[in-house]
Design a protein around this ligand. Sequence first.
Ligand SMILES: C[S@@+](CC[C@H](N)C(=O)[O-])C[C@H]1O[C@@H](n2cnc3c(N)ncnc32)[C@H](O)[C@@H]1O
Length: 1004
Amino acid sequence: MAINDKRLIEVAFPLKQASLDSMHEKNVRHGHISTLHIWPARRPLAASRAALIATLLPDPGNKDERNQLLERLGGKIIEVVKKKKLPSGKVEEKVVPETVGGVLHWGRESNPDLEWFRRKIKDAYDGRAPRVLDPFAGGGAIPLEAMRLGCEVTANDLNPVAWFVLKCTLQHSQSLAGQHSPLPRFALESTDFMEQFFRSTGKLTARQLERNLSAVQERLFPAPDVDLAWHIRAWGWWILQRAKVDLAPHYPVVDGKEPAAYLWARSVKCKSCRATIPLLKTRWLCKKDKNRILLTMEPNTERTGVVFGLQRNVPQVGGNAAQRREYDKRIGAGTMSRSGVSCPCCNGAIMTMEEIRVEGVAGRIGNVMTAVVVETKEGKAYRVPVETELLAASNAAAWMRAKFEQIPFGLPDEPLPSKEALGFRVPLYGLDRWSKLFTPRQLVAIGTFVEHTRAALDMIRSAEYTADWTIAIYAFLAAGLDRLVDRCSAQCRPDPTPTQSGVINTFSRFALPMVWDFIEGVPTADSSGGYLSSLEWVAKVTEHLSSIPKAPKAAILQQSALTGLADQFDVICTDPPYYDAISYSDLMDFFYVWLRRTLYGFDPETDAAFREPLAPKWNHETSDGELIDDSSRFGGDKSKSKKAYENGMFKAFEVCHQALKAEGRMVIVFANKQPDAWEALVSAIIRAGFVVDGSWPIQTEMGNRTRALSSAALASSVWLVCKKRPQIARPGWDNTVLTEMLERIQDKLREFWDAGIRGPDFVWAATGPALEVYSKHPVVKKANAAGEFMAVSEFLGHVRRIVVDFIVGQVLSHNGAAGAVSGLDNVTNYYILHRYDFGFVEAPIGACILYAVSCGLTDRELTDRYEILARTGGSDSDDEVSDEEDAVEEEPESIPASGSKVKLKTWSHRHGKNLGLETDGRPAPLIDQIHRLMGLWKVGDVVKVDEYLDARALRRNSTFIQLIQALIELSPVGSEERSILESLSNHVAARGVAYEDKQLPLGS
Ligand SMILES: C[S@@+](CC[C@H](N)C(=O)[O-])C[C@H]1O[C@@H](n2cnc3c(N)ncnc32)[C@H](O)[C@@H]1O
């Protein structure tokens, strides 16, 4: 492709389709790489595939062909009616958009059209496979999609866990695609395993199995050839049989019923009476309509602790849902509340959280078992633990050290990061070594699985497998074991969803907060949190991965993105770490310590990658390492940390510039949308020698409110397209750059608006084309200030202003004319944007900050000074677990600020006595003036209304009249707000100058 050939992504993109299919993918489980191994912030495959195809293919140059290409890629959008049964039994019908056709939706990656795209891409590169690099490849979504498209992929990540996951994703399955090998003999000999085999492969019916299983089994020699997934299952079964024998004494069977899980609470000694207090947030064990069970708690006779019991069939009390909820909350209260921990043995002496921390750091936080979960035909049943169970759990400590003597590197006693590290709250309570995140019995269990997995490696090596088979089987066994570890720590919480395993995994969110009441599953059990099911997820992923058509072998590197690369690439597509969003290395050390033990001795390359006790962090000598903004790595110095991150990202973009061919394209994903931080990175990209010429905000998170979904797409990632700036590019002048931007952006705004892009997405979509005008110059000088330059942030300030004016113009006059909004103040502009997109429901703070900045305001000014926004403290992060009983916050600090929410205040909640009055000689925002008038009107004070209108000449103010009209249309039909606004509007019209430009109704 020639340098100047436009790529499809620089002209058009199937934005809605990519967003819909990315959101849908969140619900996909079986076979998706997200179920292979935890890795934070994996991008959706649909978004990655769409971006890669549109970057690798040239723009056809004419509308018809372009539209055909877009449809082949993304398909069409149709509306379907979905039915949902509500808890009340009522069925709700909802019209939802869906894609048909295209190659983005999960499951359509094997459509014949994908092969068409593979060929088309190859043709665009003169018959060769284009070379694609992802320098921050993480969990591998982008390189996997590049490989699916037939590209020659290089995937790099500094973190050894990511490197291992990339190897599994991009190499191990592919090396065996289409290959089969005989099932191992031990598997054939097991009735148990073969029954599972025949059932799953559908080769025998249940009846045939019942009658003939062993006969069929005997006839199976020579063994059937099966794919990698079945070899993983077979060896997993081998490991499990051995682990079951070793671990049986640790999970005693009581009354003939095997335990499924144990419920625990952490405990402390009461500071006043020294009794052992269980730290419980709630005493509800089960709260389904027909199964309401409470844990009861009485002081024991010596009052040294409590005796647990169960109250079954707890009645529901209250006339409506809210009353019933409130009642349940009250009767289910645990020992913890916002004010601290109350002792059940000495009339509620309170220990503060600070005191609990002191106990934790001194190693005096213990654990008490509260209940045992047993699987029955009717579902989960609960009972209090018996003596043998308490003993089995406490005896495990004695087994622990001996178990780990056999395992390389022994117990995982490697330190956790400091309590100041991003997202880490557990060290505050004394959990400062990885081993402390597990109960002794969990350590014995995991140690046993590590031991037998390592033993399996010797067996696999001595069986008749080729090197590729040995590597692949063992790597996926190690990945399966990590899945088990994720569900086998004292960070796991009980899952109230009846259909799930009952265990919420450690990394249901990417932070390690303190978990007070936790669940311990039985890893050898058949339940879905156990070893076998962990491995099944992994086996399913290999089935998906090996169905990918053959592509050139991917190169997987484990080095810093700041290290130069010898190769030249056609496309660099990457999703870099973003400031302080996620502390990858610190968090993933949870898996690192286990992988290091499981994989040790596997091969020299893996031993080299895992040679250090923990994964790389930051090297102060070389100023290189993991690029995250974590001041705890810089002695608490925030500015040093930010600078190190920004310099590092700049260097990484420079390396990308060197590694990209002259005609190549770089696509960068920005998943965090704090505008100032975003601008810092865009500046670095431009400084590194790139021209930014496109940006597409792909929505990847499902908003859970209709209003938010329909009008303010909660895009979670902006995909920015860049190319190399020609060497001959010359400095630009601010006035010409701004004029050119204005001309270019107007058409684009109209096009995006007509395409239905709304909300914050609209701002982001406009940013790309605008930046092209700016970034084609190495620097932009100020015409009226010699020696000064216009920074990216200043330029984008102008861009956003234009975008805001356009949107507000649309709301006020439906034609986006800037004139329509001239004179409107910043706060009112903000109000209109917010009201139009979110109404009065909770809105994500990220979007609101963007709007605030675009209007020349800060979110703080809007909440504190103008008081039009209220913080609601909710969280929009997808991994935040809502818990109705959450009287005690898990650890609020671990939730990033961008996760909180805000709400617009309704007019009736805005009644400050100075509302709508001038302050320091400055007029009040127009929206405040209207809200003041509404308050006066409501109490029938027409005289004051007239005085107010006349003093500010509002009857002759066309913007005021337009705004009232727009507010009428934004307010719900039949609402008090609408009726007051209509009366006011009539009153103004009756007594004032008629306003001629009558507005069209919204939506016309
Ligand atoms: C946002 S994640 C990438 C996620 C990936 N796109 C996916 O779909 O899973 C950013 C990655 O950058 C890696 N990283 C951080 N600093 C790095 C560095 N200096 N060199 C290479 N990789 C680095 C992290 O380990 C992390 O995996």
